[in-house]
Design a protein around this ligand. Structure first.
Ligand code: ZN
Length: 150
């Protein structure tokens, strides 16, 4: 495993649409392992392909219950609403208020290409939506407002 460099806001790769993964091979597993290690080292709860310079539809998340991997994920349903501070490893030190669903369900593939369903409440729902947005070049700031300190 290896820690990869996290792309910062301003790099145009974060604004591109990612391609689906087609090969579930050693190279993909290496990427997923590296992404999880990079996310943990940076103290983050989620990381998407473009954030490590890969325009592929891959996401890793860990909100404290272990690593969840999603390949080619799609949101299939959302429910409720939450508004709270959100950050991003590509925008270190910044927090914005962002509205997200309280509950989100995504359909994805695992690292072997098997169909999985990932269901999240609260922070995990926020994370699922934030990371899938990254795959379409959308950043949390597009949906939020800056938190002004007084
Ligand atoms: Zn992010």
């Amino acid at each position: 495993m290896a820690i990869r460099i996290i792309v910062r806001e301003g790099d145009e790769i974060l604004r591109k649409k990612c391609r689906p993964v087609e090969k579930f091979d050693q190279k993909l597993w290496q990427l997923l392992d590296d992404m999880a290690e990079t996310m943990h080292a940076a103290d983050g709860v989620g990381l998407a392909g473009p954030q490590v310079g890969m325009l592929r539809r891959v996401v890793v998340m860990d909100v404290g219950d272990g690593v969840i991997e999603m390949i080619n994920p799609e949101i299939v349903s959302t429910d409720g609403e939450q508004e709270g501070p959100e950050g991003c490893l590509s925008c270190p030190g910044e927090q914005w208020m962002v509205k997200r669903p309280m509950h989100a369900v995504a359909r994805a593939l695992d690292r072997h290409g098997n169909q999985i369903q990932v269901e999240g409440e609260g922070l995990l729902a926020r994370c699922i939506c934030h990371e899938i947005d990254h795959l379409d070049g959308i950043l949390f700031k597009d949906k939020g407002t800056p938190i002004v300190e007084d």
